[in-house]
Design a protein around this ligand. Structure first.
Ligand SMILES: [Ca+2]
Ligand SMILES: [Ca+2]
Ligand SMILES: [Ca+2]
Length: 412
């Protein structure tokens, strides 16, 4: 394909599918209201593969209107555009040595945005995910949001393996996952936003929203040379490490997933009797200032007597144990404890007895279980243990789905 100069270029449109491949030359959109559209209105499916050359257009839209599919994959050459919009049925795949020169905004309002190994990303760019639940962005290359750049994620699913934030990242809704997150600024998580990171390098001032500890998804470039894509691997329970200080505000939520079906000592990864059951864990290498809510999230409803979860690792220092009682000075404001099944109890540290509202007695008192959180603020261990039979009388006549346990924040 050689030079094409037109006001608007559409690949697919008005009910007719279309496809095109660019190896060299230039597609140039000029004139009034110029634009490059891949997939257009009225079931106009469009596919555009670029291996070289240049597309020059102020406006690029992938997936436009309803009932069409737009697919734009750039594996070489340059897309020079001021505005790249990926709509609900669009997919934009950006791989290898391709360059997207973008001086303003990439908007993802649905569909997906996949970025491969070495694609260039100018620091002054803004990327926004708008209010579509199925929007996604998978980015394998090291990525920095800095300077005048601003990331605003209003929804959707973003996986950026290696992310450096030196300006604000506003995660108002949706999910952000990053294997290595270098936080030199502020990540603002909204009440409906959730972050999962392998390692947060630096301090994390967790003011609101959810930190879901565990193993993040990782984006990878896969497939044959002529059809390479960015894919993500599945997540599993695991550790999140914060190399600096961690502080939680009253609206912050720390989510920990638990597998109650894995007894202590028989975790698949380590058949060691000293090894706890399978759960997420938060590891804080700096100082720790807890608050907000600990949300314990079981992955099944079957509880095994004796499960033990190591959900926190930290070092007691004069900074976080000023009264030297061997226990963190700061506590969670709230703990959401899962129910322990029909015959279980939930309790905290033996002083706030919480009978199981599902009722007791039918299964026999020998199976009663309760929570033991006595070591939460020393070793980070929580356990499910047998309940003394005499406590069974508290179980009758109550209903509910879980227990919210209020702890008074310790005096400082
Ligand atoms: Ca998790
Ligand atoms: Ca621990
Ligand atoms: Ca203390």
């Amino acid at each position: 394909m050689s030079l094409v100069n037109a006001k608007k270029i559409r690949i697919g449109g008005d009910g007719n599918p279309g496809s095109a491949t660019l190896y060299s030359g230039e597609l140039l959109c000029t004139g009034s209201n110029p634009g490059f559209y891949v997939g257009n209105y009225s079931s106009g499916q469009g596919e555009f593969n670029q291996y070289g050359g240049q597309v020059t257009t102020p406006l690029t839209i992938v997936g436009r209107g309803n009932n069409n599919t737009g697919f734009y994959r750039i594996e070489g050459g340059t897309l020079q555009t001021d505005s790249l919009t990926i709509n609900n049925t669009g997919t934009f795949v950006w791989l290898d040595d391709a360059t997207v020169k973008n001086d303003s905004t990439i908007v993802i309002s649905g569909g997906g945005f996949e970025r491969g190994a070495t694609a260039a990303w100018a620091p002054a760019e803004e990327v926004r995910l708008t209010n579509e639940t199925d929007a996604y962005a998978y980015v394998t290359a090291p990525t920095t949001f800095s300077g005048s750049g601003q990331m605003t994620q209003n929804n959707g699913h973003v996986v950026i393996n290696d992310l450096t934030v030196t300006s604000n990242y506003d995660l108002t809704r949706g999910l952000l996952e990053s294997q290595d997150l270098y936080n030199a600024s502020q990540i603002n998580i909204g009440s409906e936003g959730s972050l999962t990171a392998g390692t947060i390098h630096g301090d994390f001032n967790h003011t609101s929203g959810t930190l879901d500890a565990g193993t993040p998804n990782v984006a990878a470039v896969t497939g044959p040379a002529n059809d390479r894509r960015v894919t993500i691997s599945g997540a599993a329970m695991g550790e999140t490490t914060i190399t600096g200080d961690y502080s939680m505000g009253p609206d912050a939520v720390l989510a920990i997933d638990l597998d109650p079906s894995q007894p202590a000592g028989f975790a698949p990864s380590n058949n060691d009797p000293a090894y706890p059951s399978v759960s997420d864990k938060l590891v804080v290498e700096g100082s720790i200032d807890l608050g907000g809510t600990l949300d314990l999230r079981p992955t099944t409803t079957e509880w095994i007597n004796g499960v033990e979860f190591d959900i926190l690792d930290f070092t007691l220092t004069p900074e976080n144990d000023a009264d030297s009682d061997g226990e963190l000075d700061s506590k969670f404001d709230w703990i959401i404890l899962p129910l322990l099944g029909e015959d279980g109890f939930a309790t905290i540290a033996g002083d706030d007895l919480m009978p199981n509202p599902e009722g007791v007695g039918e299964g026999g008192i020998s199976t009663l279980l309760r929570w033991d959180l006595r070591d939460l603020y020393t070793t980070g261990l929580i356990r499910v243990v047998p309940e003394p039979a005499t406590w069974a009388i508290y179980g009758f006549g109550l209903i509910g789905f879980g227990w919210f346990i209020r702890r008074r924040k310790s005096q400082k």
